[in-house]
Design a protein around this ligand. Structure first.
Ligand code: FAD
Length: 445
């Protein structure tokens, strides 16, 4: 028992974790409830089923953070990336795959590995003994979710995400916006200037409400909605309840003075709050939404100061079980209260197939190293995997933690002084640095 690694969940993260650990010589038991017990999104009993889109997003490893993650997973002999490339479909710069043959190929590889065995059936309790990785994903079964909640506390396990759009700080026009906390509250200067404020006059507010009401929205998936309306109303639903609702809610202008025009009282104010310790990302406070992505970009760029905003991620509300990793996990992805248990994948608060598989890759390697009596340090924060794990295990604001895609805003800034390089060149500098550092990290193992 002691030398075996148990992995709970054969999705993107669990499959990759199993592969990595077994390749390091550690015996693995992979536990999966499908096909015996299903979810509303999965259709098959295969491992690594892609539940919705068939795309692993951009494959540009020079100027895109997801593409860089592909590269790092490839460099670390990732099974998900290898199988994705073998089942690639033409899709321009994206890595789209033929989903069923892809999942069947991942399943066959895992089943045929001499160190991997599979046990089918739902596990309903957090295990007490042995080495475990919990990778049960956004649709973790309700019984297991309850058991996780009993361990972590109700506040630390969410069943829905309510993601407000996140903007790159550098793309906000600070000649229009200003830094100030409402009523200048806070002990330190940093706290008193914790928010970025974007002012609207009456005409701008009315036009914004019209655009919100007219925007295209997405529907919930069947079986997804139970229990969502507690405390995370989409802004467009608030706007539907009355044209003034937002002005008395997340857009209220009270306690704020426009630093550029102190005499002018704003009719409404959109506030952005720092989303990471680096201060490179800001989320639009209270702006969770079910608007379609194209509509979001158009509507949010109507906000004064955000006309040229560049979004690290757009908003959304989904059924999504995830833990408050910044408070619960150590930098080895272990539960601080039960270090024999690691978490990996979307349940840790990363978002997306690729990010989930990448966190599985790290958890699998870290757990296998531990079983072999070694310690594998996380990759440096200037790599894509390092930036993600640093974010979820400490870099993110724990109080407002919501699932995150990989993006360059999570990386320590590069070229902080010069700032003259074009964005594309800067991204290339990020990926060059990351590849160097990731290669060194791999070579040290
Ligand atoms: C409806 C929906 C659509 C999505 N669409 C996309 C998309 O288009 N693109 C994208 O990049 N990401 C998407 N995601 C987000 C996410 O990236 C994927 O869900 C991804 O599969 C997460 O990987 P994972 O390994 O963490 O979880 P999963 O791939 O879901 O794997 C978890 C596994 O654990 C099993 N399991 C759960 N509970 C138990 C239990 N108690 N006992 C045993 N087994 C259990 C499940 O059956 C499942 O096989 C979507 C999520 C959802 C819910």
């Amino acid at each position: 028992m002691r030398d075996t690694l148990h992995i709970l969940g054969g999705g993107m993260a669990g499959s990759e974790a199993a592969w990595q650990a077994a390749q390091m010589g550690v015996p693995v038991v992979l536990h999966e409830m499908r096909p015996k017990v299903g979810t509303f999104a999965h259709r098959t009993g295969s491992f690594a089923e892609m539940v919705c889109s068939n795309s692993f997003r951009s494959d540009d490893d020079e100027r895109n953070a997801v593409g860089l993650l592909h590269w790092e997973m490839g460099a670390a002999n990732g099974l998900i990336m290898e199988m994705a490339r073998s089942h690639r479909l033409p899709a321009g710069g994206a890595l789209a795959v033929d989903r069923d043959p892809f999942a069947e190929a991942v399943t066959a590889r895992l089943m045929n590995h001499p160190l991997i065995s599979v046990e089918y059936g739902e596990i309903t309790e957090l295990p007490q003994d042995g080495h475990w990785i919990i990778a049960t994903g956004p649709l973790t079964s309700p019984a297991l979710a309850n058991s996780i909640r009993a361990e972590t506390g109700a506040e630390s396990l969410a069943f829905f995400d309510a993601i407000a759009p996140i903007v790159y700080a550098e793309s906000i026009d600070m000649s229009v916006a200003w830094l100030q906390s409402r009523y200048d509250k806070g002990e330190t200067e940093e706290e008193r200037t914790a928010y970025i404020n974007c002012p609207m006059d009456k005409a701008q507010y009315e036009a914004f409400i019209d655009a919100l009401l007219a925007a295209d929205k997405t529907e919930f998936h069947e079986g997804e909605t139970a229990g969502y309306f507690d405390g995370c109303l989409p802004i467009e639903v608030m706007a539907e309840r009355g044209r003034e609702t937002l002005r008395h809610g997340p857009m209220k202008p009270v306690g704020l003075t426009n630093a550029h025009k102190p005499q002018e009282k704003a009719y409404a104010v959109v506030q952005l709050r720092r989303d990471n310790k680096l201060g490179t990302l800001y989320n639009i406070v209270g702006f969770q939404t079910k608007m379609k992505y194209g509509a979001q970009t158009a509507v949010f760029k109507m906000i004064p100061g955000l006309e040229n905003a560049s979004f690290a991620r757009l908003g959304g509300i989904h059924r999504n079980t995830f833990i408050n990793s910044p408070t619960l996990l150590d930098d080895q992805m272990r539960l601080k209260t039960r270090p024999n248990i690691r978490f990996a994948g979307q349940v840790t608060g990363v978002e997306g197939y690729v990010e989930s598989a990448a966190m599985g890759l790290l958890a699998g390697r870290m757990a296998a190293a531990e079983i072999k009596g070694q310690t594998l340090p996380p990759p440096p924060p200037d790599t894509a995997m390092g930036a993600l794990i640093t974010h979820i295990t400490g870099g993110a604001e724990a109080r407002t933690f919501q699932p995150m895609n990989v993006n360059f805003g999570l990386f320590p800034p590069i070229d902080a002084k010069g700032g003259r390089r074009g964005r594309k060149d800067r991204y290339k500098a990020y990926t060059d640095r990351a590849k160097d550092r990731f290669t060194q990290w791999l070579a040290a193992q």
